[in-house]
Write a protein that binds this ligand. Structure first.
Ligand SMILES: Cc1cc2nc3c(=O)[nH]c(=O)nc-3n(C[C@H](O)[C@H](O)[C@H](O)COP(=O)(O)OP(=O)(O)OC[C@H]3O[C@@H](n4cnc5c(N)ncnc54)[C@H](O)[C@@H]3O)c2cc1C
Length: 262
């Protein structure tokens, strides 16, 4: 795709808030153009503005939420780039290109089940809000390794939430997908829910397997290493059922049936 045709903005955005949410940093910045365009599931390429070239490349960050002119991202500081973003102070400026990629398709009807693993919960907050606004019933399965990594239920106001942890230190012990088959069947005469998922590859593969088995649609948000975010570097390709697909421009949200699962 010609980068010039992408309906996105490149802006220098002042940080107005940086607060702790669970084990993560929620960084809010002023970006009216991005806020006006962003759809649930889209992402941005973000770096600290300024003269430092280290790290040189921006990092892909999901749009966590939008509030008027503000855009929020939830940062898990796992390496150099994300540590820098998590440490952005009020008044610092971020260089942000976005919104990028294809978000979730919201056009379906009926109930929705949102499945998140760890940081995968970040983009699902905005999605839950958009689905609830459309009158859809929303249930969330949020899986984390342990209590300290759980994302506050405040992020999913009004949705029906079940928290699971691998070690049982918060919510039910287990994985995010464990309750999924039970939510999909056993409801005679009721439309089966559509699945929306974001999280680690193994979790998405399990979501895809369950969706196929139950004959329901699953939209999955895929993470991949990414240098440009606009389709040029081709560093983020994944195997689709027919050809390779670029996560940045053809995703990050895909219909699970369009991807090849191991
Ligand atoms: C579409 C999309 C949306 C994302 N949204 C968010 C978000 O909202 N919040 C957030 O904190 N992170 C998000 N990420 C992941 C984030 O971009 C990476 O964690 C970040 O680029 C790592 O850079 P770093 O310099 O901090 O770490 P590095 O030093 O580059 O890497 C640290 C560790 O993370 C692994 N890693 C790096 N990039 C990725 C990746 N893209 N997927 C999986 N593992 C990776 C590396 O293999 C390494 O083990 C998103 C990624 C994508 C593709």
């Amino acid at each position: 795709m010609d980068a010039g045709l992408i309906p996105a903005s490149l802006c220098e955005c002042p940080v107005v808030e940086n607060r702790q949410v669970g084990a993560y940093r929620q960084v809010s910045f002023v970006a009216p153009e991005i806020a006006a365009l962003a759809q649930p599931g889209q992402f941005m390429m973000v770096r600290l503005a300024g003269e430092s070239l280290d790290p040189l490349l921006p990092r892909p960050m999901g749009v966590h939420d939008v509030d008027s002119d503000l855009v929020k991202m939830l940062v898990d500081p796992v390496g150099k780039g994300t540590v820098a973003l998590a440490g952005a102070a009020v008044g610092d400026r971020l260089s942000v290109l976005g919104p990028l990629g294809n978000g979730f398709d919201l056009e379906g009807g009926g109930p929705a089940v949102l499945v998140a693993g760890g940081m995968g919960a970040a983009p699902l907050t905005m999605l839950a809000g958009a689905l609830l606004t459309r009158g859809r019933e929303v249930s969330c399965l949020l899986g984390f390794r342990t209590r300290s990594q759980t994302l506050a239920a405040e992020l999913f106001q009004e949705a029906d939430i079940e928290v699971l942890t691998e070690d049982g230190s918060a919510g039910r012990q287990g994985l995010a997908c464990d309750p999924l088959p039970g939510l999909l069947d056993g409801q005679p005469g009721r439309t089966k829910p559509e699945i929306f998922a974001c999280g680690p590859a193994a979790m998405l593969a399990e979501v895809a397997r369950i969706a196929r088995q139950q004959g329901v649609r699953a939209q999955v948000s895929v993470a991949a290493h990414m240098a440009c975010g606009i389709g040029s570097c081709q560093g983020c390709v994944v195997k689709g059922s027919a050809s390779y697909l670029k996560v940045c421009t053809e995703g990050p949200v895909f219909d699970a049936k369009d991807l090849e699962w191991k």
